[in-house]
Design a protein around this ligand. Structure first.
Ligand code: ZN
Length: 263
């Protein structure tokens, strides 16, 4: 039943998506919350209406994209942008800060002055990952702790930080909560649980192959490793990862495993 409800909520969300226009995709989650994404970085940008203004989460960079984003925002609401939040410091999530600061937006990390928001800090994708929960629309912005269009990137926090981050996200909201990843389609808590399971399975497989003395090239050819990787290919892209990205993912996973030895 719960699963059915979540799927219904997500299909409704997809139905309410508007077609790409001006290179910016818009999904209306509720009267108070829109999710926008640009073609170039496909960063999920939150636009939340609060009393007297708008909160903008993760404005992406790029001059042309930013003016398109701005006109898209203006077509949704006439309210001024009052606050800017970043899930983390990487430029695909923060590159538009200056542009919107010039329009009066105030960049804040804590949401203590914002009614209806919860904020927690975790360390998984980067040294500081901010998780923002907007209660009114039952939606959590989790940045790149979670990704539905790419492989996991848990390099800053390792296995421990990743698990703690996922637990912290699962503790917010309820079974209907919408989870907005840094990139890729918004998903449910069930998808997040699946993502965690696949990520841990990936780390264990790489550890096992590395302990056998396999080098990166040989690991890349392993059928089981490739099968696990394919579980992150939610958009059925072919190939999912370019050679370099696949290689790098294994190398970075190995460095996480090395760091955790003896811990
Ligand atoms: Zn990102």
């Amino acid at each position: 039943m719960i699963k059915f409800k979540i799927l219904t909520a997500i299909s409704l969300l997809l139905l309410s998506s508007t077609a790409l226009s001006g290179g910016i995709n818009v999904e209306k989650v509720s009267d108070h919350l829109h999710i926008l994404s640009g073609k170039e970085y496909e960063t999920n940008i939150g636009l939340i209406a609060i009393e007297g203004g708008l909160v903008l989460i993760d404005p992406m960079p790029g001059n042309t994209q930013l003016s398109q984003l701005n006109s898209k925002i203006r077509s949704i609401s006439e309210k001024p942008i009052t606050f800017i939040l970043n899930t983390h410091a990487h430029s695909d999530h923060s590159g538009g800060n200056e542009f919107f600061k010039k329009q009066g937006g105030k960049l804040v990390e804590s949401t203590s002055n914002l009614d209806g928001f919860a904020h927690i800090k975790v360390k998984s994708h980067s040294a500081i990952d901010n998780i923002y929960y907007f209660e009114k629309s039952n939606t959590i912005f989790v940045g790149d702790v979670f990704d539905t269009s790419w492989h996991p990137t848990f390099y800053a926090g390792g296995t421990k930080g990743f698990n703690e981050a996922i637990d912290a996200i699962l503790n917010l909201g309820d079974d209907q909560t919408l989870i907005v990843p840094g990139h890729g389609a918004p998903a449910s808590k069930l998808s997040l649980l699946e993502f965690r399971k696949n990520t841990l399975e990936w780390i264990n497989k790489i550890r096992e192959l590395q302990q056998k003395g396999w080098d990166v090239e040989r690991i890349m050819g392993d059928t089981q490793a490739k099968d696990i990787l394919e579980k992150f290919n939610m958009n059925n892209e072919s190939p999912f990862l370019p050679y370099k990205a696949f290689k790098r993912f294994i190398e970075r996973t190995i460095s996480v495993i090395e760091n955790e030895k003896g811990m």
